[in-house]
Structures are given as structure tokens and as C-alpha cells.
Design a protein around this ligand. Structure first.
Ligand code: SF4
Ligand code: SF4
Length: 296
């Protein structure tokens, strides 16, 4: 793959408010409709989730549930039908996307758009790129799409006149298995063993307003899951959930600050670009976010 990512961040930002028609094909949800409306959620492996939790970054994580497809096993919680395996709601764990002041896909004017917690809003670079926390989903994107001859986010950005992005569509030899499918159970797709405990939680997840305790319940189960199995190590799950509830990283603090300051989705940022850059330095870099080098 040969990509031109400078000034893009199309796979890290919900840019539907800029061009709803071109961006309408987020492709990281598998074949079932997600319950929430987050665009391009980055599904993490169990080991990646565990690493974020161990590193005190559990407040960067959010679960995603799914509506059942026709013929799927399902369970009803809070009056909502959920895709399930043997009565256990299935879910993935991804990275949160708070509103941030960004100018993606070749635009000049910063707007309030939902963006990955690890995206530096000023350089549009990933703060964990190349580190051992860099998610497999991001490192291999858009390899699976190319293998399946499916449209990529890069091409959607091109269609929105965001510049030439996908320069060479060859599929890398080391493209990992897809995040969805039967082989993914317990590795990237998890099953919650106690749907009776999820009253109220499902409704909050649906509207993107999950509390720390809601997120912790799912993240704990993901960490305690065993590959190719429905069984969950309850002790490991409880320890991980406790760490998520206690997490107070720069990520969680930045999410709260950005949410307090954000205007309506898609609206221009009223501060000057210089003020915006200073705010990013204060709320993210000044709180411990890893820096990015810029494109020069
Ligand atoms: S982890 Fe990095 S590359 Fe992946 S979505 Fe977030 S900012 Fe983008
Ligand atoms: S959408 Fe494609 S070109 Fe744009 S940042 Fe993502 S991988 Fe790079």
C-alpha cells in the first residue's frame, strides 16, 4: 500500500458533517449494524485492550454493541435487540472519539468533529503511531478492504475532493486476519456473560453517553475473555474493570475538556488557529500526550 496521509486523517475523524454523501460508508463495523453512531471505530484485540488497561489508559476505551442481522442469535436488554452468541450480547472494544477542533481531508478551516482520542488535532498525526500501543486495525488499514476489493476510506476522501490518497492498492503480505468473523470470538469480538446486569447501560451506549462504570463492565470482560471461547476469567475481568474505573489519564481528562468546549458537530471553531493550537498543547500535550513530529 502506498498512501498519502498528510492532511487527511479520514480514518481517524468522523468527517460526515463535511461531506455526508462521500463519507457515508464507514467500513470498520463488520456486517452487523452497530448500536452507536461512532464513525470508523477502531476495534482492538484483547491483548491491545489489556495493554491500554495495564498502562492506565483504560479511560481511552469504549465498547460497541450490535443490532442482530437476520437469522442471528439475539437477546433483548433495555427493550433493545442485541446480536448475541448463546444469549450473550457480542461487542467489540474501540478507541473513544470526542469532538476535537480539526481540519481533516484537505480542508483548511478547523471544525468540531469527532476524532480519535489519539489524533493530534494540529498535525493530524497519530500520537501512538509506531509505538507498541499502535492498534493492528490502524497499522493494517486499508489492507482488508483492498483484499476484498471493497471501497476504502482513502477513496472516499478522494471522492470528497480531499486530494489523491490511495497511490498504490497492492495488498501487503502481512495483512492480519479480519477483526470480524467466527475466528474473532474472544480475540476481537467478545460476549458479555451477564446481560441481566446491563439495564440502563445499553441505552447510554446507544447515544454515545456511556459512564466510566458502563465502559468498565465491558472492557473487563474483554480482558478476561479466552480466544475461541465464551468463557470469561471472572477474576481477571474484575481486576481490569476496577482499573478502568480508576483510570485518570491525559486521555480521559482531554475527552472531558473537549466535550465541555465543543460547539455543534461540524461547526467552525471560533478561536483563531493559533489559539486552537495553544489549547491543544494545554489540554493534550501539557497533560502528558505523546507528541507528533509534523510532516516536514
Ligand atoms: S489510533 Fe491513531 S491511526 Fe488509529 S484512529 Fe486513532 S489517531 Fe488514527
Ligand atoms: S483515509 Fe487513507 S489516506 Fe487518509 S489518513 Fe487514513 S489511511 Fe491515510
Amino acid at each position: 500500500m502506498d498512501l498519502r496521509c498528510e492532511g487527511c486523517a479520514g480514518c481517524c475523524v468522523d468527517w460526515r458533517p463535511i461531506d455526508a454523501a462521500a463519507a457515508a460508508g464507514s467500513d470498520r463495523a463488520g456486517s452487523r449494524p452497530p448500536l452507536d453512531d461512532t464513525y470508523g471505530l477502531v476495534a482492538l484485540t484483547r491483548d491491545e485492550v489489556a495493554r491500554f488497561v495495564d498502562d492506565g489508559l483504560g479511560d481511552a476505551l469504549v465498547p460497541r454493541l450490535f443490532e442482530p442481522a437476520e437469522g442471528d442469535d439475539r437477546v433483548t436488554v433495555d427493550g433493545t435487540d442485541l446480536a448475541a452468541v448463546d444469549g450473550h450480547p457480542v461487542f467489540v472494544v474501540g478507541l473513544r472519539k470526542p469532538p476535537k477542533p480539526v481540519a481533516p481531508i484537505g480542508t483548511d478551516e478547523p471544525r468540531w468533529l469527532d476524532a480519535c482520542v489519539f489524533l493530534d488535532p494540529t498535525t493530524l498525526q497519530c500520537r501512538i503511531h509506531g509505538s507498541d500501543r499502535y492498534p493492528r486495525t490502524c497499522a493494517s488499514y486499508p489492507g482488508h478492504n483492498l483484499a476484498l476489493d471493497a471501497e476504502t476510506e482513502c477513496e472516499r476522501v478522494e471522492a470528497a475532493d480531499g486530494g489523491e490518497r490511495l497511490l498504490d492498492g497492492a495488498v501487503p503480505d502481512d495483512t492480519p486476519p479480519p477483526a470480524f468473523g467466527p475466528q474473532a470470538l474472544g480475540s476481537t469480538v467478545f460476549a458479555h456473560p451477564d446481560p441481566d446486569e446491563l439495564d440502563g447501560v445499553v441505552a447510554r451506549l446507544r447515544v454515545g453517553d456511556a459512564a466510566a462504570d458502563d465502559r468498565a463492565r465491558f472492557v473487563g470482560v474483554a480482558v478476561g475473555s479466552r480466544p475461541a471461547s465464551l468463557s470469561v476469567d471472572r477474576e481477571r475481568a474484575a481486576e481490569a474493570a476496577a482499573r478502568v474505573r480508576e483510570a485518570d489519564s491525559w486521555v480521559g481528562r482531554a475527552v472531558r475538556e473537549w466535550r465541555e468546549r465543543a460547539g455543534e458537530r461540524g461547526t467552525p471553531v471560533t478561536a483563531s488557529v493559533r489559539d486552537r493550537d495553544e489549547l491543544v498543547r494545554e489540554l493534550e500535550d501539557g497533560e502528558g500526550a505523546p507528541g507528533t513530529p509534523g510532516w516536514e
